[in-house]
Ligand binder design. Sequence first.
Ligand code: ZN
Length: 152
Amino acid sequence: MNDELRELYQEVILDHNKRPLNYGPLPDSNHDGDGRNPLCGDHITLHLKLQDGQIADVTFEGEGCAISRASASMMTAAVKGKSLAEAEVIFQQFHDLVTGKRELTEEELDAMGKLAVFAGVHDYPARVKCASLAWHTLNAAIAGSDQPVTTE
Ligand code: ZN
C-alpha cells in the first residue's frame, strides 16, 4: 500500500469510528442480524427495512474495534437505497478487495468510493474478519437467518 492510501485508510477509519453513519435502533426494521468476531471481540447488530426488493433503510449497533465499526458505518451508507442485487454485487467486490482474491478494475474501485480504502486491510489478515463482519451479517439478515453469524 502506498503512503497516500495508508493515510487515507487511517483517516477514513478513524473518522467513521468516531462518527458512525446510520448508528442506532431502527423501529420499523423487518430483518435483523447479529454478527460476532470472537477473535477481536467485535459484535454488530444490523437492522434492515426491506421493501420491494430494496434496502429501504439500514442501521447498526454494536461494540468493536475501529475497523469493524467503520466498516459497518460505510456499509450501511453504501447499501442504503440499493436493490438486493446491487448490494450483492458490492458485497462481492468488497470481499474480493479485502481478501485480495482478485484485483478490482479501476471502474469497480471508482464505483466503491471510500469503501476502496479497505484494500488496506489486505495487509493485515487478522483485520479482514473485522472488516468483513458487517457484510456477512448483512447477508444473514437479508436471508432471514435467526442464527448469529460468527467469523470463526
Ligand atoms: Zn475487530
